[in-house]
Write a protein that binds this ligand. Structure first.
Ligand SMILES: Cc1cc2nc3c(=O)[nH]c(=O)nc-3n(C[C@H](O)[C@H](O)[C@H](O)COP(=O)(O)OP(=O)(O)OC[C@H]3O[C@@H](n4cnc5c(N)ncnc54)[C@H](O)[C@@H]3O)c2cc1C
Length: 468
């Protein structure tokens, strides 16, 4: 029986999924088999994460199930942990069971990036990133839970800590996540009579002297003014020194307690890149040729956030890590894999960065596309139209459109479903009620005469002194 070449794709994100989609369309039956290895069973459309966090889009609609769209490919879920470039094999650890060794003829290496963390005391313990749908949904539940907490406590310190939200990093992930969540929380305040929007502190800490470089200096300055006009405390040229126990200390002298620290200060190549043995540049990215093969390894292709791809429109520079490049690189990469199989000529990747669009909350946005600057509603509308046209599959487009249409007619949901991440809590309580409610005899007994608060709690109405 003749050998059918195996194309092994590491990472089912932007590059991996779009490459596999194009390969399954272009490859002839029996020409090659395609296997995609990813820790998750879905691809995440990251530009929609801020809207998912704000409750404008259902979380399930910002992810694309790999098995449904890649019906001609094999999907293996697990962590790729190492590549043997001599033997042409990939070691994969499925989430359970023994490791697997998968042979390949052509490897597409696209594990993307992870948050770039700095060794700042407390950040790894208290912080959270904003790269995955799990993080976005956790943050939505967490912010709403902080409003619930602030409305329910009488302790000023607890309240102030709950209502202080800190974001570190002013790129599009940080600015969009902060702007959308602040918009959502401000809107939710109408259901919390004891929480005024002005009681909340939203702080953006940025180490350089500008935010949102993706939309250019003018639009970045405009965005800064807009955020400050909304009461958001944007601190430029400022770094976080520590966040131990949620006590945030800044190098401009600022110091406060916060229950929310979101880390969006850039990305670095996935740790698998260093373990791969592939040649790296000074930023730890895989050195790619313009044809998207790895330098010195013609059977290994790479692209996306993990790769240093030469930007042919700006000689001497490499492409920035963004979806705009990742999607287009995937197209060229897939065509070059087909060319490698058929022995035909490969193409070089070339794309001039078109600019960027960012959402700053409902009906507010900023954009710079092909030199055209847009702000406010037109930019927000463009953001939605552009991403709707880009989100993969017709099915997802329709679902996102329905979410947006429903949001026009109904108010946002304000329930925190944070307990979803701990579903056994109630069952454990049923088994061991004493874990939450002390036995009657053990309850603390107040000494002396009951105060006004105790009287209020017994009668259910405000104490006389407070009624006045
Ligand atoms: C909040 C946010 C908003 C953004 N908005 C925009 C925007 O508006 N415009 C824009 O151009 N760009 C945007 N980006 C950037 C864009 O999403 C990324 O540049 C793009 O996802 C990079 O694609 P990739 O394929 O390299 O990596 P990814 O899409 O991250 O895919 C990598 C995949 O590899 C998998 N993986 C990693 N390691 C392993 C392993 N060891 N084993 C198995 N699987 C593994 C991961 O699970 C993941 O599925 C945004 C990013 C974020 C976080």
């Amino acid at each position: 029986m003749s050998h059918i070449p195996r194309i092994l794709i590491v990472g089912g994100g932007y590059v991996g999924m779009y490459t596999a989609l194009r390969l399954q369309r272009r490859l002839r039956r029996g020409e090659a088999r395609v296997t995609v290895v990813d820790a998750d069973s879905y691809m995440t459309y990251q530009p929609f994460l801020p809207e998912a966090a704000a409750g404008n889009i259902e979380p399930r609609h910002v992810v694309v199930p790999l098995r449904r769209v890649l019906h001609r490919c094999e999907i293996v879920n697990g962590w790729a942990v190492g590549v043997d470039l001599q033997a042409r094999t990939l070691e994969v650890h499925p989430h359970q069971g023994p490791p697997r060794t998968l042979p390949y003829d052509i490897l597409v290496f696209a594990p993307g990036s992870v948050s770039r963390l700095l060794p700042i005391p407390g950040v790894a313990e208290c912080g959270i990133g904003f790269k995955t749908v799990e993080e976005a949904i956790h943050l939505r539940n967490h912010v709403l839970a902080q409003l619930d907490l602030a409305a329910s406590t009488e302790d000023e310190e607890v309240r102030s800590r709950a209502l202080t939200f800190v974001f570190v990093g002013g790129g599009y992930a940080g600015v969009e996540a902060l702007a959308e969540l602040e918009d959502m929380a401000r809107d939710a305040c109408r259901y919390f009579p004891s929480v005024d929007p002005g009681d909340m502190r939203w702080i953006l800490v940025e180490a350089t002297d500008r935010i949102l470089p993706e939309v250019g200096p003018d639009m970045g300055r405009w965005t800064l003014e807009q955020l400050r006009a909304r009461g958001i405390d944007v601190r430029l040229n400022t770094r976080i020194e520590s966040a131990e126990g949620g006590r945030v200390v800044l190098d401009d002298g600022g110091e406060f307690d916060s229950a929310t620290l979101v880390w969006t200060a850039g990305v670095k190549p996935h740790p698998l890149v260093r373990a791969s043995g592939l040649p790296l540049d000074d930023r730890g990215r895989v050195r790619a040729t313009a044809e998207l093969t790895v330098e010195g390894h013609p059977a290994v292709f790479t692209a996306g956030d993990c790769a240093a791809v030469p930007d042919l429109t700006k000689p001497g520079q490499t492409c920035a890590p963004n979806a705009q490049h990742a999607v287009r690189q995937a197209r060229t990469l897939a065509d070059n894999v087909v060319a490698a199989l058929r022995g035909t000529e490969r193409k070089a990747y070339r794309h001039a960065y078109a600019g960027s669009v960012a959402s700053l909350g409902l009906h507010r946005g900023v954009a710079q596309i092909y030199g055209r600057k847009l702000r406010g509603f037109p930019a927000w509308f463009m953001h939605r139209t552009y991403h709707l046209s880009r989100v993969p599959t017709f099915n997802r487009k329709v679902r996102v459109l329905i979410d947006w249409t429903l949001a026009l007619f109904f108010r946002r949901e304000i329930t925190s479903l944070g307990a979803l991440s701990d579903p056994r809590k109630e069952f454990e309580f049923a088994a061991r009620p004493e874990s939450r409610i002390p036995e009657r005899a053990e309850r603390p007994v107040r000494e002396g005469r009951p105060g006004p608060r105790a009287a209020e709690e017994r009668s259910g109405s405000p104490a006389p002194a407070e009624r006045r």
